[in-house]
Design a protein. Structure first.
Length: 302
């Protein structure tokens, strides 16, 4: 297929574009400025917030990953997040006639449900503007698919980490990038809320990219699917810190902060994508995730 990846220069978008090329697709990457893209990906200048800049009617597939993603920032600038994540998605949909669309969403649409692991049937109840904006964008994608204008798959991801082609996750508000930054001496300490017993799961960015390829190749015009994408393996925060120290051979000093109102466990039920698309995580063991990310970070530091 001829495929457009929005946000192709980003951490996840780069990995997705790379996987699409490896699967034999003809891939363009939408970028706002000059940026490094995977081998075999053509750069196309455009901005999802400027509809006239978007190529239209020329792609069989679109992987839409361009978005604002930082939860804390979304509380400070909710309108900016709704504009980028909702209006940007609507603009892409206008340009997507007849295409298969895979939309990158988030587990934040669920909020903090008691049922764990979380299945796709769980009620959506986002607790922050970021999650709310992604849920609104999901709804635009899914309702548009039901008109028959496109085929659509929504992928709700949990915590993504690791590295491909030596590219790091630049968001050091996330646990693994921050812990590695501390190990590398980029930050003095890792702040932990409460006792460090909160359980989260982590998915290698390359495994997530493989899910995008599987979803794009499976969906058909008029279809509307939603899948959770995650490893389903939980790890406590203090165990992540210990794993980073083991992989790097360096200490990760921590500072305990008062407990915050956050769920003690957040785990993904990815049974549907496993059963329907045959997708399986292959690189998401925590040591491999950390080792890949650490190798990328130390390479960047020279």
């Amino acid at each position: 297929m001829r495929v457009l990846v929005t946000g192709a220069a980003g951490y996840i978008g780069y990995a997705v574009a790379r996987r699409l090329v490896a699967a034999g697709h003809d891939v363009d990457g939408l970028v706002r400025r000059d940026a490094e893209l995977p081998a075999g990906v053509r750069a196309v200048r455009g901005d999802v917030l400027h509809p006239a800049s978007l190529p239209s009617g020329t792609y069989e597939g679109i992987c839409h990953l361009a978005a604002l993603t930082r939860v804390r920032e979304s509380f400070r600038e909710p309108l900016r997040f709704f504009t980028a994540n909702v209006q940007g998605t609507v603009n892409v949909l206008h340009a997507a006639a007849g295409a298969r669309v895979v939309f990158g969403s988030t587990a934040a649409v669920y909020g903090t449900p008691e049922r764990q692991p979380i299945p796709e049937t769980e009620a959506t109840a986002p607790s922050n503007p970021y999650g709310a904006s992604k849920l609104a964008a999901e709804q635009a994608v899914r309702y548009h698919a039901r008109t028959g204008a496109i085929g659509a798959v929504v992928l709700r991801t949990f915590n993504v980490a690791g590295s491909v082609d030596g590219r790091i996750d630049p968001d050091e508000t996330r646990l693994i990038p921050k812990a590695l930054a501390v190990a590398a001496g980029r930050a003095p300490r890792l702040e932990i809320n409460g006792d460090g017993l909160a359980v989260r799961e982590f998915l290698h960015v390359d495994d997530l990219a493989a899910a995008y390829v599987a979803a794009l190749e499976a969906v058909r015009l008029g279809e509307d699917r939603v899948y959770n994408v995650g490893s389903g393996t939980g790890t406590a925060v203090h165990e992540v810190v210990a794993a980073v120290e083991k992989a790097t051979g360096r200490p990760v000093p921590t500072l305990r902060r008062p407990p915050q109102p956050e769920p003690p466990v957040l785990l993904c039920d990815a049974a549907a994508i496993r059963a329907e698309l045959g997708w399986r995580p292959e690189r998401s063991a925590l040591p491999e995730i950390i080792e890949d990310a650490w190798a990328a970070l130390t390479r960047e530091d020279g």
